[in-house]
Ligand binder design. Structure first.
Ligand SMILES: Cc1ncc(COP(=O)(O)O)c(C=O)c1O
Length: 391
């Protein structure tokens, strides 16, 4: 069967935030995290059927969706949840802020997170930085490690919530059971709510298994708000349909109360899209994973053949976190833009030595972007060599 992901889709006239930024410029948009692929036809059919009904009034929780989410968690993460634990939420970012609000209501308004990370986990949160494993600098290792001692030092009396990103954007890291146990232990010791942003959980590229932190034990789950969505995986982020899973009834009530009057309900189109995604989307998702693995392989081959830029293996997401520190640029994002590639600035994620490349796109586009990145890197390395003078 031919790959449905290879054919280019013109998004320039579709109000796409990603494509609008460079509408009149020869700059390839490889930044905000949505993909350039057409949605699974079964999802499109579900949307068409819903609009064909003709009445688009207010929606309400759809029991079929809740049951599909329960089945999805059981099947993919061996996590047994109840339908009543699910709170449909129009977007994961809103869930992150509701979690912060709950911590504030409990008198501990500060959040803590592990940076570099997706910006919405960092707002008002003191930063906990990732430390390279020492053997990494020797070039033999390839993973990111959480520095829990650093985390504990950053927790104050005001800290009420730990915001986890699993799988981690922008590092592409999938947390292991041991890592999650260790971080949960610190949260238990300091009585922190754990808000886990698992939006990329169905985009694992290296065969590892996603482990929701709340699935570790009932006791840990008591302090957890888990945020998930079909949005990244099935490329329906514009439909703003996500959900929180909260087993603790008091916290769930607080979450629902905080939503009231502020964030509204998930929309009726997104509901049908989510149902179709979880009901029929698995074969499409499997093909997507294969396509993304191919893209990633290409990136790794090309980037690892260059001097001045490097990356660690990406375990999940369609985002590559590229280390450009050796290029000594004040504004790496702008520099690559000048060579025709629009990536996300590392500074947005709290590390200016990096840029983030979104590879959720057709391979022809990606190849062109990699050609341009190569030119940009080679140019800069040459300029640096000239500046240094003859050795
Ligand atoms: C880790 C993470 N969380 C949340 C979001 C956005 O979620 P939503 O659009 O559902 O608010 C993104 C989008 O890139 C993300 O990468």
């Amino acid at each position: 069967m031919p790959m449905p992901f290879g054919s280019l889709v013109d998004r320039r006239q579709s109000d796409s935030i990603k494509w609008k930024r460079y509408a009149d410029k020869d700059i390839l948009p490889m930044w905000v995290a949505d993909m350039d692929f057409k949605v699974n036809p079964e999802i499109l059919t579900a949307i068409h059927e819903r609009t064909a009904h003709g009445v688009l009034g207010y929606g309400s929780d759809n029991p079929e969706l809740l049951n599909l989410i329960v089945e999805h968690c059981q099947h993919h993460y061996q996590w047994h949840i109840q339908p009543e634990w699910i709170v449909l939420t129009p977007g994961v970012v809103k869930g992150l802020n509701i979690a912060r609000g709950i911590a504030a209501q409990r008198g501990k308004p500060a959040g803590i997170t592990a940076a570099p990370v997706y910006p919405h986990l960092m707002q008002h949160a003191p930063l906990l930085s990732f430390e390279d494993q020492t053997f990494l600098s020797k070039g033999t290792g390839d993973s990111w490690q959480l520095d829990l001692a650093h985390m504990a030092r950053n927790i104050s009396q005001d800290t009420g919530v730990f915001l986890l990103c699993n799988p981690h954007n922008p590092l592409g890291k999938v947390y292991s059971r041991e890592e999650l146990m260790a971080v949960a232990h610190v949260c238990q010791q300091h009585d922190l709510i754990i808000c886990s942003d698992d939006i990329h959980c169905d985009l694992i590229l290296n065969g590892k298994r996603h482990i929701p932190i709340a699935s570790l034990s009932a006791e840990i789950a008591e302090r957890c708000i888990t945020l998930m969505a079909p949005s990244k995986t099935f490329n329906i982020a514009g439909l703003d349909t996500a959900f929180a899973i909260i087993s603790n009834p008091a916290m769930r009530k607080q979450y629902q109360k905080s939503m009231y009057g502020l964030v509204g309900h998930v929309n009726i189109i997104g509901t049908q899209a989510a149902i179709a995604a979880y009901k029929y989307g698995e074969p499409w998702r499997q093909r997507l994973i294969k396509y993304l693995q191919g893209n990633l392989k290409l990136i790794e081959q090309r980037i690892n053949s260059l001097t001045g830029i490097s990356m660690r293996p990406v375990e999940a997401t369609y985002l590559a976190w590229l280390n450009v520190a050796p290029l000594q640029l004040a504004n790496p994002q702008k520099y690559f833009e000048d060579f025709g590639v629009g990536m996300s600035a590392g500074s947005e994620f709290a590390d200016n030595d990096y840029v983030r490349l979104n590879f959720g796109c057709q391979q022809t586009l990606l190849s062109e972007a990699l050609d341009r990145i190569e030119r940009a890197v080679d140019d800069r390395m040459l300029a640096l060599k000239k500046m240094k003078g003859p050795s």
